[in-house]
Design a protein around this ligand. Structure first.
Ligand SMILES: [Zn+2]
Length: 212
């Protein structure tokens, strides 16, 4: 059997299983989505937000891109963010990076070209802004993983500065931004930092190093 056919077969098996557990499941999802969370994560296939958090369909509103970068000029992400905050009235936005991120590794190596290099512009910026700390570490895994952590922090700051988030903060909406990192080696998500309306962005500290 072709690999692609296996996806379709697995889908039928999954749908049957969901229906068996809850005959109302799909009907309930047809007319309404009320997710409580917006997830902004890396496109990496090993970092699967729904499975990692045991969220069911309807639980997470999701945006993914290489290295979980936040550009205020990214129409895709800005549309997702606007809809999440203003229409779905989501109260928690998570940016989740992951150790061993290929995009962050590429930014560190500076070896990619073309569309990926263009996309990684913000990651290069993070490296430039934290170069002294990163280069003080041994080359290899430690540098990549620390850059992953500070990248989450800096993207969280970009997110906090966007129009939908600033407007929600100003209007007193209960919105909190969370910076997390996922560890491929043990499957654990580790919270790094959070931002809400009371956070003074200029005083946002560096995240603690959580990977030894
Ligand atoms: Zn990644």
């Amino acid at each position: 059997m072709k690999e692609i056919d296996q996806l379709l077969l697995s889908n039928r098996a999954w749908a049957a299983e969901m229906l068996h557990e809850n005959p109302e499941f799909f009907q309930r999802n047809v007319n309404l989505q009320r997710p409580a969370f917006l997830w902004i994560g890396c496109s990496d296939s090993r970092v699967a937000p729904d499975q990692m958090t045991q969220a069911l369909p309807g639980g997470l509103f999701v945006h993914r891109n290489i290295a979980n970068l936040v550009y205020p000029t990214d129409r895709n992400l800005m549309a997702v963010l606007h809809y999440a905050v203003n229409v779905l009235e989501i109260a928690h936005v998570v940016i989740c990076g992951h150790y061993g991120c290929g995009g962050i590794q590429a930014a560190l190596d500076g070896t990619v070209e073309g569309p990926i290099a263009d996309w990684l512009d913000h990651a290069y910026q993070v490296l430039n802004d934290h170069r002294a700390e990163i280069e003080a570490l041994p080359p290899g895994e430690e540098r990549v993983n620390r850059l992953v952590e500070v990248n989450v922090r800096d993207q969280l700051l970009h997110l906090a500065g966007t129009e939908p988030v600033q407007s929600a903060f100003a209007a007193g909406k209960p919105l909190t931004l969370h910076g997390w990192v996922y560890d491929l080696r043990d499957g654990h998500i580790k919270p790094l930092m959070r931002i809400d309306a009371d956070t003074v962005l200029a005083e946002l500290p560096q995240p603690e190093r959580v990977l030894l």
